[in-house]
Design a protein. Structure first.
Length: 74
């Protein structure tokens, strides 16, 4: 099994957990973000989607895309 690519913060609302499409590099970031935006139950779960935000100093910021070098054929 491969490790998760990112973590998502999910909030419990209307009898189910839902997310807003924000993906973090660490579980700690996802939990901090969830705690900052709700008083309801929340959790951080693994995701196979790429990281698109970061949580720094209590603020949400769009993450820079990771550099992926082109595949070189020899």
């Amino acid at each position: 099994m491969l490790p998760p690519v990112s973590f998502v913060s999910e909030i419990f609302a209307d009898d189910h957990y839902a997310d807003d499409g924000v993906r973090f590099a660490t579980k700690a970031e996802a939990l901090a973000y969830g705690g900052a935006r709700t008083n309801a139950a929340y959790r951080a779960t693994p995701s196979d989607e790429p990281v698109n935000y970061r949580w720094t100093d209590g603020k949400l910021a769009r993450a820079e895309p990771a550099y992926v070098p082109p595949h070189v054929k020899y």
